[in-house]
Design a protein around this ligand. Structure first.
Ligand code: PLP
Length: 395
């Protein structure tokens, strides 16, 4: 910072310069986020100063947050509860808006841990959760920060979690299972109904990470069971800032029962409300407004069209890749493709260096990972495949 401030003109020229380095999602096939809907952007601007960390001062923004939770509860078939556990549980559905999938996953596991340790004091040794190997790296952070062992179950040939492996990893210190509804690398959905049976038999919680799939699966032609209709599902993470077309940061965490929120409670003596259940303190009210606005604007019909568009792009990418001899690892379940190519790391590097395409790579096995988002279009798919064909031919 300088002693004397810069002029407005200097600031904006500095900012424009920085902005020109951003991709603006041009030639991006690697992101699960996208350009926010214009309605979300406008709503965000309107509530830019709202702080959901101090709910009593921003009752309007808070009402919008509750409305989002209510709408998400309906989308995910959350059972109505006889509220009120507190400020974040006033609507008939329990949950709150987070900064994204990472925070939602952290809080879901923290809730499990708090509930279990409050009920059963006699645990010896480290508590654990069992997650699929395909889980997002936010679970590495959970392992690191929460003193919980994160046990990773192997995947079957379709990249769904292997149920026998899950059962083998459960022991007396297991407190919960995690299933992924739309995993980051393959877009695959774990058998949530089967995980629910295992969770029921072993009296475990079941968290579903639908950070990406939550705004996709309900709008597919044949949705797989993944939400609160599956009996043992205790919490769900769903991100409006991914396929929900809201502004960043917009995540959400929903609970089946208010006891989860209660277990996360800390008292906030000098704020306008008595307690807080959230991980972060000061929270973005603008995101709540953005998510509320875009959900109300698009409705089920708008999101269905959005998913249909992305699935059409996905089919086009796969069928035209096949014409140049490239096969996906699995038939895409949603708008994520893992494409088998020789030497994927080199292909990725060349695509970026020579043609400016941003793609990513799956961990095991290594394949080209492509996410087909609303910012992509059919013309780009054709150009991309021409460039991919050239790169592959030269390797
Ligand atoms: N869970 C899944 C399945 C994801 O795909 C991601 C991100 O891509 C996350 C969690 C983490 O979300 P965020 O980056 O918004 O914290």
């Amino acid at each position: 910072m300088n002693e004397k401030g810069l002029s407005e003109r200097e600031i904006f020229s500095y900012l424009k310069n920085a902005k020109s380095e951003d991709t603006d999602y041009y030639r991006v096939f690697s992101s699960m986020c996208t350009r926010p809907h214009k309605i979300a952007v406008e709503a965000n601007r309107l509530f830019i100063e709202a702080n959901l960390g101090d709910l009593g001062l921003f009752t309007g923004a808070r009402r919008l947050e509750q409305e989002v939770i209510r709408m998400l509860g309906k989308l995910l078939h959350a059972p109505s509860i006889n509220a009120p556990s507190g400020d974040l549980c006033e609507s008939s559905v329990c949950g709150y808006l987070t900064t994204g999938g990472t925070e939602s996953n952290i809080q879901a596991v923290r809730g499990m841990k708090n509930l279990v340790t409050a009920e059963r004091k006699g645990f010896k040794g480290t508590l654990n959760i069992v997650i699929p190997e395909s889980a997002h790296f936010s679970f590495d952070k959970i392992a690191n920060m929460m003193g919980i062992e994160v046990r990773r179950a192997s995947l079957d040939s379709e990249f769904k979690v292997d149920l026998a492996s899950v059962e083998n990893l459960i022991n007396a210190n297991t407190i919960g299972l995690v299933g992924i509804a739309g995993n980051t690398e393959f877009g695959q959905v774990d058998p949530i109904d089967k995980l629910s049976e295992i969770a029921l038999e072993n009296e475990l919680f079941l968290h579903v990470d639908a950070a990406f799939g939550g705004f996709v699966i309900p709008f597919l032609e044949k949705p797989q069971p993944f939400d609160f209709r599956v009996p043992r599902v205790s919490s769900i993470a769903i991100d409006p800032h991914k396929m929900g077309l809201s502004t960043i940061p917009s995540g959400a965490l929903l609970f089946r029962s208010s006891s989860f929120l209660d277990s996360l409670k800390v008292s906030t003596p000098y704020l306008s409300t008595k307690a807080q259940f959230t991980l972060t303190g000061t929270r973005n009210g603008a995101s709540a407004a953005a998510t509320c606005a875009v959900m109300k604007y698009l409705g089920y019909e708008g999101y269905r069209k959005n998913v249909q568009y992305c699935m059409q792009l996905t089919s086009k990418m796969v069928s035209e890749a096949r014409k140049i001899g490239l096969e996906p690892l699995i038939e895409p379940v949603m708008n994520v493709i893992a494409l088998k190519v020789p030497n994927p790391d080199l292909v990725r590097e060349q695509l970026l260096k020579r043609f400016g395409w941003n793609v990513s790579i799956t961990r095991t096995p290594r394949a080209l990972r492509l996410v087909l988002m609303p910012h992509n279009n059919p013309e780009d798919i054709e150009l991309f495949l021409q460039d991919l064909e050239k790169v592959v031919a030269e390797i």
